[in-house]
Write a protein that binds this ligand. Structure first.
Ligand code: GLU
Length: 577
């Protein structure tokens, strides 16, 4: 080949390589996965809207990132409809089966069943919500049939995708427990019981078959008929490999539980921050409320002109206080009277700010008292510390279309690899979402029949003067909340661009003795200065993997995905600049 050809081949390759940031006009997509981003962009380019494209992205991620999100799990959609300028949220959170009681996770010894045993069991599997969420979103906002939207994912499952390091690493980390279930072993490990090698092609024909059923039958293809029977059967009789050392408990989820499942349309959590309107998921996700709590506290300080360490100190301590309230008060609103009116009032924030000192608190702080700030102060008060056991899986999809509609969509099967149990013959993992309940009652987040466990997922939209400014979200269990919060502060207070905010080193304070932080945060100047203010750090390699879209005043958009964490993501716009 002559030099010119080599150069043009290289250029062509660089155009098709996954890029974490893209700016231009028209629709935009940011996800953790290039296949998913490309598939969603294809939907936008063929006239689909943001809701259509978000569903295509989620279905594709169910193939290529099956340990993070899939039809065996659930999620939360925050949808901005440009025509009506309204935000709708759709809660497709997994629910507890009908016969669950607050003691469902208590063993014969009267203690909570060990966490690992709860995860790898039929007991942790909530009624999956993902497909019902798609159905609800499409009926309200969709412009294309589910059949068409699933096609890219069907092709991916059937023809396969190239195993990358992240997929390999996640399989490797789960190898032992995946090997304990015959269906999971057959689906996700090779004939030797090992992860498929990096660079090999991974196919999931069972999942392609299941997606085809959904394409033909819509939500009934999941909640009734053969898939529903297989899900219930799998939960009740987890397909363990003979001789496994694991104590795998059976669950009780039935076809009736599946048939009864409903996605719920909810009013978003809305708050204000320095003239911006922040719109997020309401309970049962604590994402929106906890971010609002922290921002209300932070509004009392001028972070943009404060010395940086002082500003970061405020961020960490506001988060600590917000998490104290989250742990004490928040659960499924259908089951618990939540003092949200008080918690989210600016008056409560003013009072609560008195607990935010100039130095780091020594450890966990107690929750505040929101009841005097309620119109009805007679709500029952049940503050109790909650233990954080949420996984760090999950994925976030951000999409906008040429008409200005926006979708922020976080979906999950809870732990990376969920319950570890694949539905035999159908190619998807079941969630372990019910471990997001507090195992020990009484607690607002204790399990109950038909209840949804408290989440941290935080798909978030930001508006100024009624116009969209940005949309974002992240995986990462309870660190989702701080990742989104820190990214908001990075943009709105520290003046970073959205890609810079998403890339910046992270720290997460969730009312613990130490702040978990990335090396780049701890070892930088900020980390050192924060030590002097009494902060203690626990190092972790990575926190979160955010994606988002920024809407510039001139009508262009920047789609931004995580550049490096979890192998980096992929952002594309219809008409790149
Ligand atoms: N189950 C968690 C939640 O709903 C998400 C888990 C994760 O991010 O891995 O908040």
């Amino acid at each position: 080949m002559n030099k010119a050809i080599v150069l043009s081949v290289l250029l062509l390759q660089s155009v098709t390589l996954a890029a974490p940031t893209a700016t231009g006009q028209g629709g935009a997509v940011a996800t953790v996965d290039e296949n998913a981003t490309r598939a969603a962009l294809g939907v936008l380019s063929s006239g689909g809207n943001a809701v259509d494209a978000a569903i295509t992205a989620a279905a594709a991620i169910g193939v290529t990132e099956p340990y993070s999100c899939g039809i065996g799990g659930g999620g939360f959609l925050v949808i901005y409809d440009a025509a009506t300028q309204r935000v709708t949220t759709i809660d497709s959170r997994e629910t507890a089966p009908r016969n669950y009681t607050p003691n469902v996770f208590i063993g014969p010894d009267g203690k909570a069943i060990p966490f690992d045993e709860r995860v790898n069991s039929g007991l942790s599997v909530g009624v999956p919500g993902l497909v019902a969420g798609w159905d609800e979103a499409l009926r309200r906002f969709g412009s294309k049939p589910l059949r068409e939207l699933l096609q890219p994912a069907i092709d991916l499952a059937e023809n396969g995708f190239t195993v990358d390091q992240t997929f390999f690493d996640q399989t490797k980390a789960n190898q032992e427990r995946f090997g304990a279930f015959s269906s999971t072993r057959a689906t996700f490990l090779n004939a030797q019981g090992e992860p498929h090698a990096v660079g090999s092609t991974f196919k999931n024909p069972d999942l392609a078959k299941t997606y085809r059923l959904l394409a033909e039958q819509g939500r009934d293809g999941f909640y009734r008929g053969e898939v529903a029977s297989a899900v219930a059967q799998t939960v009740q009789q987890p397909p363990t490999v003979p001789g496994t050392q694991r104590n795998v408990r059976k669950g009780t989820l039935t076809v009736d539980d599946l048939r009864a499942y409903q996605a719920i349309v909810r009013e978003p959590t809305q708050s204000t921050y320095r003239g911006y309107t922040i719109v997020g998921m309401p309970m049962p996700s604590s994402g929106g409320p906890t971010i609002a709590l922290a921002l209300n506290l932070l509004e009392g300080y001028d972070l943009s002109s404060a010395p940086r360490a002082e500003a970061l100190h405020r961020y960490l301590e506001a988060s600590r206080l917000a998490f104290a309230d989250r742990g004490a008060y928040l659960g499924d609103p259908q089951f618990v009277d939540l003092p949200l009116e008080g918690l989210l009032s600016k008056q409560y924030a003013a009072e609560r700010r008195k607990a935010l000192g100039d130095r780091a608190a020594a450890g966990s702080v107690p929750p505040g008292d929101p009841y005097p700030f309620q119109n009805d102060p007679s709500y029952p008060m049940r503050p109790q510390a909650a233990k954080d056991t949420e996984g760090t899986s999950t994925t976030h999809i951000t999409v906008s279309d040429r008409n200005g509609n926006i979708v922020a969509y976080t979906c999950t099967i809870e732990s990376t690899g969920g319950s570890g149990i694949t539905v035999p013959g159908y190619g998807f993992l079941l969630n372990n979402e019910l471990t997001d309940f507090d195992a020990v009652a009484p607690h607002p987040n204790a399990p109950e029949a038909g209840k949804r466990p408290r989440s941290s997922m935080s798909p978030t939209l930001v508006f100024k003067d009624g116009k969209p400014v940005m949309a974002l979200g992240s995986p990462g269990g309870s660190t989702i909340i701080t990742t989104v919060l820190q990214s908001l502060v990075n943009v709105l207070d520290f003046g970073m661009t959205l890609p810079e905010a998403i890339a910046a080193p992270r720290a997460t304070q969730r009312n613990g003795e130490t702040t978990t932080a990335e090396p780049g945060f701890i070892n930088g100047n900020d980390g050192q200065a924060l030590l002097n203010l009494g902060h203690k750090f626990t190092e972790t390699a990575e926190i979160g993997a955010a994606t988002g879209i920024y809407f510039h005043p001139d009508g262009t958009v920047t789609a931004a995905a995580e550049p490096t964490r979890r192998g980096g993501g992929s952002a594309m716009v219809e008409n790149p600049r």
